[in-house]
Design a protein around this ligand. Structure first.
Ligand SMILES: NC(=O)c1ccc[n+]([C@@H]2O[C@H](COP(=O)([O-])OP(=O)(O)OC[C@H]3O[C@@H](n4cnc5c(N)ncnc54)[C@H](OP(=O)(O)O)[C@@H]3O)[C@@H](O)[C@H]2O)c1
Length: 253
């Protein structure tokens, strides 16, 4: 079977090759899936460029890709939730990346049934952005109906999902994007759109219950200025930049 591998850390397309590899086999808890569609996320590019080296060292060449959708080909002896022929979608972990391949074998707990009403291409686009959104809005921010949320980069992979999810949870959604994508995010359910090439979101009325930061840097720090007192700031952009805290020292005796 064929799979995309990174041959070294570096820039696309130089370090990625389509190669012949042995078909994966199912361990006792694994599902082998024939991949119909796989989705590219920013983390795939960061992985290829070596951005994850601090947290995980891959032995190169290594298969790549986190998200996929396809059909169950075979299952291990302990697998009860799926059978050959089931349509599924899946997210690999950092340790098991490799969905840009004709077949993948992953633990059954990584898979979910693909709803029949969506195509494989749509299903493949969901796992990573969906998990990120649910972890951010529900697990961390404990979002509740009626709350006001600012979602940065509403036209991005995470933002487009987060707007729809927040709207479905009855939150009042404000989002930032370029004016080029203003109609897109309105159609997804954003109530207020701040086009960053025309307006400064920091000058709009703030007081958000939740700020969902998908941009990092100053956006992370400024999130604390536009959130209401006692509100939540959730960033998916890793460690915040160093901050000089304005803490007054106790006078020396
Ligand atoms: N994808 C995931 O599941 C995931 C999970 C965890 C962390 N992350 C991280 O989160 C970040 C975003 O991921 P993504 O998948 O949403 O990326 P993406 O699909 O590449 O989207 C980035 C978006 O940022 C918007 N943007 C750029 N500058 C902006 C600004 N000043 N104000 C408002 N919007 C701006 C762009 O919108 P315009 O085209 O309108 O300018 C673009 O749509 C990445 O760094 C990624 O590594 C992603």
């Amino acid at each position: 079977m064929r799979a995309y591998v990174m041959t070294a850390y570096g820039k696309l397309p130089d370090v990625v090759r389509l190669v012949e590899t042995p078909e994966p086999t199912a361990g006792a808890d694994d599902v082998v899936c024939t991949v119909s569609a796989a989705a590219l996320n920013p983390i795939d590019l960061k992985t290829i460029e070596g951005g994850l080296k601090r947290v995980i060292q891959y032995r190169l060449p290594h298969t790549i890709g986190f998200d996929a959708s396809g059909t169950v080909h075979a299952v291990g002896s302990n697998v009860t939730a799926f059978k050959p022929g089931d349509e599924v979608f899946v997210r690999a972990s950092r340790e098991t990346i490799g969905t840009f391949a004709e077949k993948i074998a992953l633990p059954q707990s990584f898979f979910a049934r693909k709803p029949a009403i969506i195509a494989h291409q749509e299903a493949a686009s969901l796992p990573l952005v969906g998990l990120t959104t649910v972890q951010g809005l529900i697990d961390r921010a404990r979002a509740k109906a009626g709350q006001r949320i600012l979602i940065h980069a509403g036209s991005g992979g995470v933002g487009t999902f987060a707007i729809q999810f927040a709207k479905a949870k009855c939150l009042d959604v404000t989002t930032t994007t370029s004016s080029r994508n203003a109609d897109l995010v309105k159609n997804l359910g954003a109530y207020r759109v701040v086009a960053y090439d025309q307006q400064d979101y920091r000058k709009e009325p703030g007081g958000y219950d939740i700020v969902f930061d998908t941009l990092g840097g100053d956006f992370t720090l400024d999130a604390f200025k536009v959130a209401r007192r006692g509100g939540s700031v959730v960033s998916i952009m890793g460690p915040r930049p160093p901050v000089r805290l304005n803490v007054s020292r106790r006078p020396q005796a």
